[in-house]
Design a protein around this ligand. Structure first.
Ligand SMILES: NC(=O)c1ccc[n+]([C@@H]2O[C@H](COP(=O)([O-])OP(=O)(O)OC[C@H]3O[C@@H](n4cnc5c(N)ncnc54)[C@H](OP(=O)(O)O)[C@@H]3O)[C@@H](O)[C@H]2O)c1
Length: 248
């Protein structure tokens, strides 16, 4: 069987850790050249060392317009356009409403909403007919997790933005869908309880149908489906990959 992304160029934001790193790995296995972003240079260097010529690592903060411009200069320099984009860079933290500061609001919405918007907007000139975008949402957008309101609210905004962009992009033959992961075992997830991430994993796993969190590869498999021709009939959808957490 042909590799799904043979000879294609893809972009994965936040591709140096967790879900994004698993997507980079899967896209490379499927024959893509992947432009990968993140803020920490050491993590980018590790990705470049692991994947060699199959990736272009660009240090870019998704919330910073100058960094986003730098990213798309690197995309332009490849001269291939973009066939697949995974807008994945995202952050969250637990904080009770009473403790939320204006800076916390800017941080959550800066990466998750502003960053997603700037990335999709920046990608527009490079998307050819048949290209597909996947945006990472979260089950927290429709949940009631205490102390997670800013994060859930920002991810709800992301899902709404994606639906409206789907209508705008459809005439160009470009698809965009939201993937909605449930609890997934990543450095980011463990970082929600600094110093005690493993205890958080065990506690959450105990309440899930399979008794475990999702593996990043299980989310990556669905991202690959959403950028491949197998999902050519889908745009503006929210695809839940949650290990059954919504039925728990
Ligand atoms: N893990 C879960 O349970 C879960 C569930 C639902 C949704 N999600 C979503 O899935 C996505 C990935 O999460 P993860 O769990 O894999 O987290 P992770 O392990 O912390 O990875 C996050 C990635 O995003 C990058 N990043 C963060 N802020 C950025 C910014 N402003 N600009 C550019 N890159 C940035 C990080 O690198 P740097 O820190 O170096 O920038 C890293 O590469 C996020 O959108 C998250 O909200 C996760």
């Amino acid at each position: 069987m042909d590799a799904a992304l043979n000879g294609k160029t893809a972009l994965v934001t936040g591709g140096t850790s967790g879900i994004g790193l698993a997507v980079v790995r899967r896209f490379v296995e499927e024959g893509a050249h992947v432009v990968v972003t993140g803020r920490r240079q050491a993590q980018l260097d590790a990705v470049a060392a692991e994947f060699g010529d199959a990736v272009t690592a660009v240090r870019a903060d998704a919330s910073d317009p100058a960094d986003v411009a730098t990213l798309f200069e690197a995309v332009a320099a490849r001269g291939t356009g973009l066939h697949a984009v995974h807008v994945n860079a995202g952050i969250g933290e637990f904080k009770p409403l009473a403790d939320v500061t204006p800076e916390d609001i800017d941080t959550a919405f800066g990466t998750n909403v502003r960053g997603t918007t700037l990335t999709v907007q920046g990608a527009l000139p490079f998307l050819s007919e048949g290209a597909a975008i996947v945006v990472t949402g979260s089950t927290a957008a429709s949940g009631t997790e205490r102390n997670f309101g800013l994060y859930g609210g920002s991810k709800a905004a992301v899902a709404t933005l994606t639906r409206t962009w789907a209508a705008e992009l459809a005439p160009r033959g470009v698809r965009i869908n939201t993937i909605i992961p449930g609890p997934t075992e990543t450095p980011g997830f463990k970082g929600l309880l600094p110093g005690n991430g493993d205890a958080l994993v065990q506690q959450v796993a105990a309440g899930l149908p399979f008794g475990r969190l999702l593996r990043p590869e299980e989310v990556a498999a669905v991202v690959l489906f959403l950028v491949s021709d197998a999902s050519s009939g889908m745009t503006g959808s929210e695809v839940v990959v949650d290990g059954g957490s919504t039925i728990a």
